[in-house]
Design a protein around this ligand. Structure first.
Ligand code: BMA
Length: 813
């Protein structure tokens, strides 16, 4: 059988606007990366270079190469050119004959090009048209104006193009308007049939699972084609069945007794079965997780629940929102995906939301989520703008959804299809749609209906959720504020400037977005700013802040909660304390309200370039303080203080499927570290439980006021958990300006840092020039209770010690 091959590797890039401009380009890859490698542009992420590279997207570009085809290959019945992630308006020519017109970055294109190929040398070129001009042309041809993402996009009308919407800039995103091809370019010879796709459906009985497998293929000759289907269990046992392709779809079934169930992280293992379908020398291989998953939305005394139930177990969804890995898509690598997703699981996350302004992620993303137990909330790619509902647009989008649902629906991790991000809400943001609401609501529904129907048809096993946020089935209230049903995006603290107490004013059923910005750490700032720009109002720093009022909000909030930081480095540090505090406040309170709340996804996990943003992991891979706090506030067991009109209490939340036994103390400790009072806690908390394990009344709280802080430490089976609570604003507390010592030493387990202090120190944070991370960080330190942290990174103890900076709250002013 003739072999499939790729056209990946070296191509030639040429500007069609200035043909003297040429460079080598590696495909899959993007134009900016190629120009950068050829030293034709400065690094777009450094300083204010974003402005200097805008010309790149104002050119038309062409990529071309030659390739050899053998006589033998040409005897195939078809040779399919398969293209994915073509960004975006691109015409493909083989030997100067047009073969394919790509117009949608999210389509999976496949075109038989056999008749254009010749034995020997062949030539392929792909011409990319300027996205900004195409978008403008499309906008002018619309029957009525469709507002685009003003305020986020720096270039208009991106909503008319099926392209990653944040490529034109976002409130955390650089505007590059990338162009290129970001997936392997394959040529696949077919003889008897075109093996297109397989999809599986699981039907569960007590302890068995039937896997129905649909194999889509087209016959290229008269004769039927033999198909072999095998399923290999995680233990290596193999079941095989065969079939014959005669028409378009072949259906076969496999019965799996005592299946190993797949679980989200924290609830069990992630066993994966390998499904392999082969016919005519072509093969499709998938790793399948066997699990039952439903989204339960039941009316209750509060409103309506919103709970993902996996294998009959209600899941407390904990995680963050995902944006594209890098603004230059050519730099996306499997290693970077793995690193970020492992960082998510290491912070006790079990769900990631793929946000609608980015892209349907690459196969490796979902494979990693399957492997790591990260459920995926999958938006369809529409965000914060209104979208056309012309026939042409709807037809194109429908094909896109079919392509993507078929590609992704067999992933165990995939939990939900959601129509868009904030598009129903956006009707209320723009003057045109505000003035003519009915028209734009109907326009919205035309698109949303097509999305819903396509998803339902292609994947009946999953719920379609119209929009994020939304109150539920055809229920489009104010999901930014209604907390009794549906998912919410709660932005009252960041965007509306309310105090952190506002997080206590709601009890979301599922909060799929809430966020608080911080600045990047000094080592990350050094990767984009000269020392003379180390100032939060320098041009470089402002270029790297895309949320208009962002720097003002951070600074103003300092004055509300903290004493004003003493230096640039302390400002960066304190901004990360503040961010961690905000998201911790919300997450812990909402977890303490389980089972009312069954989902907490903060905005946002990652950055696509070095920038001031809501992320918990910096572009350089460093964990912000928030990410270390997330590891604690998302842990399966959480002890959190809740203060209300009854007094202060400790709520102990257990998300595990098993009961836990917890033993420890609650203490009230003065500012010198002397314990003023101590209470023992010995308690068993049921599986999925949530209990008050300690409380003091308002009179006691009053009596303790200003005298110190509350501290809880508990050993819950194997887990050590700890938390603190302060009865006043940090700026009012008489914190002792103690010195924190960090001693680094090499041990058999690796490099260890021991932290000590003579008085209590808060938000004690280690920072180094290296990108490794610590086992814990941003911790509370008590006198006579040293903390030992391990460093995960290749550096020696000596190197780490030399580059170590230690921060803590009382030292920030
Ligand atoms: C949300 C998101 C993004 C945005 C973020 C911060 O609502 O959907 O559009 O980046 O807010 O403003």
């Amino acid at each position: 059988m003739k072999k499939a091959f790729t056209l990946d590797g070296g191509w030639q890039l040429q500007s069609l606007s200035d043909p003297t401009l040429t460079a080598p380009i590696t495909l899959p890859g993007d134009v900016h990366s190629a120009l950068l490698d050829a030293a034709l542009i400065p690094h777009p992420y450094w300083g204010c270079n974003e402005r200097d590279v805008q010309w790149v997207s104002e050119h038309d570009w062409q990529v071309s190469r030659e390739f050899e085809v053998s006589e033998d290959l040409l005897t195939a019945s078809a040779i399919d050119l398969c293209l994915q992630m073509v960004d975006t308006v691109a015409d493909v020519y083989i030997n100067n004959t047009p073969v394919l017109a790509c117009r949608n970055m999210f389509r999976l294109y496949q075109q038989d090009v056999r008749s254009m190929l010749v034995a020997g040398k062949n030539h392929i070129r792909i011409v990319f048209k300027r996205a900004d001009l195409e978008a403008a042309e499309r906008a002018s041809a619309l029957p009525f104006p469709v507002p685009w993402a003003v305020g986020n996009n720096q270039v208009p009308h991106m909503n008319t193009l099926r392209k990653t919407q944040c490529h034109a800039g976002w409130d955390w995103g650089i505007c590059l308007i990338a162009a290129g091809i970001y997936e392997s370019i394959a040529l696949i010879p077919r003889q008897q049939c075109r093996l297109q796709n397989t999809t599986t459906t699981q039907t569960w009985t007590e302890d068995a699972c039937r896997l129905d497998i649909a194999i889509e293929a087209t016959l290229l000759a008269e004769s039927p084609v033999a198909v072999e289907v095998s399923l290999t269990s995680p233990a290596g046992e193999r079941i095989i069945t065969t079939g014959t392709l005669t028409g378009e779809t072949l259906r076969v079934s496999l019965d799996i007794d005592s299946p190993c169930r797949w679980w989200p992280a924290g609830y069990g293992e992630q066993p994966l079965y390998t499904l392999c379908v082969s016919a005519d020398g072509q093969q499709i291989e998938k790793r399948i997780g066997l699990r039952e998953l439903v989204l339960e939305t039941l009316d209750d005394e509060v409103g309506q629940s919103m709970t993902f139930v996996v294998n009959g177990v209600p899941i407390m969804a904990k995680g963050a929102n995902w944006i594209p890995l890098d603004a230059m898509p050519g730099t996306h690598s499997p290693e970077r995906y793995r690193q970020l997703l492992e960082d998510a699981v290491d912070a006790n996350m079990n769900m990631i939301r793929v946000w609608g302004g980015g892209m349907y992620e690459r196969d490796c993303f979902y494979q990693l989520c399957d492997e790591l137990g990260l459920l995926v909330w999958q938006d369809l790619m529409f965000a914060c703008a209104l979208y056309p509902s012309t026939d042409a647009f709807l037809d194109d989008v429908e094909l896109e959804v079919v392509d993507q649902v078929r590609r992704l629906r067999d992933h165990a991790s995939l939990a939900l299809w959601c129509g868009d991000n904030e598009v129903i809400g956006a009707i209320g943001w723009y003057p045109e749609s505000r003035q003519n609401r009915e028209k734009y609501v109907v326009n919205y529904d035309r698109l949303n209906r097509v999305l819903e129907q396509a998803v339902r048809r292609e994947d009946p096993s999953r719920r379609f959720w119209a929009s994020s946020p939304c109150n539920g089935e055809l229920d489009f209230g104010d999901a930014w504020h209604d907390d009794n049903k549906g998912d919410m995006h709660f932005w009252d603290v960041w965007h509306s400037g309310k105090s952190l107490d506002a997080y206590h004013s709601i009890k979301p059923r599922f909060c799929s977005e809430f966020g608080y910005q911080s600045w990047p750490s000094l080592p990350t700032v050094k990767t984009f700013a000269e020392q003379e720009d180390w100032n939060v109002t320098s041009p470089t720093f402002e270029q790297h802040q895309k949320n208009g009022r962002g720097n003002s909000i951070i600074t103003e909030m300092f004055t509300r909660y903290f004493r004003f930081p003493a230096s640039f480095a302390q400002m960066l540090y304190l901004s990360q304390v503040q961010q961690a505090l905000a998201i911790k406040t919300a997450s812990e309170y909402w977890r303490a309200n389980k089972p009312i709340c069954r989902g907490i996804l903060y905005w946002q996990l990652n950055d696509c370039w070095p920038v001031s943003s809501w992320s918990s992991i910096e572009y350089t891979g460093r964990w912000k303080q928030l990410h270390y706090h997330a590891k604690r506030f998302f842990a399966p067991q959480l002890a959190t203080f809740v203060s209300d009109e009854q007094g202060v209490r400790v709520q102990l939340v257990n998300d595990a499927k098993e009961a836990v036994s917890c033993h420890g103390v609650v203490r009230h400790i003065d500012w010198h570290g002397v314990c003023r009072k101590e209470w023992r806690v010995d308690v068993d908390v049921a599986a999925d439980g949530n209990e008050t394990v300690w409380q003091c009344d308002t009179a006691q709280r009053e009596a303790n006021l200003g005298q110190g802080f509350y501290h809880v430490t508990l050993q819950c089976d194997d887990e050590h958990i700890e938390n603190t609570w302060f009865d006043s604003l940090f700026k009012q507390l008489p914190l002792v300006k103690t010195e924190v010592f960090a001693t680094v030493r090499e041990t058999e387990q690796g490099v260890e840092v021991t932290l000590t202090a003579d008085s209590p120190a808060f938000f004690v944070t280690l920072e180094s020039e290296y990108t490794g991370r610590f086992s814990d960080n941003s911790v509370t330190l008590l006198p006579n209770e040293p903390k030992v942290l391990t460093y995960h990174g290749p550096e020696s103890a000596e190197a780490l010690q030399a580059s170590l900076a230690v921060y803590h709250l009382a030292a920030s002013y």
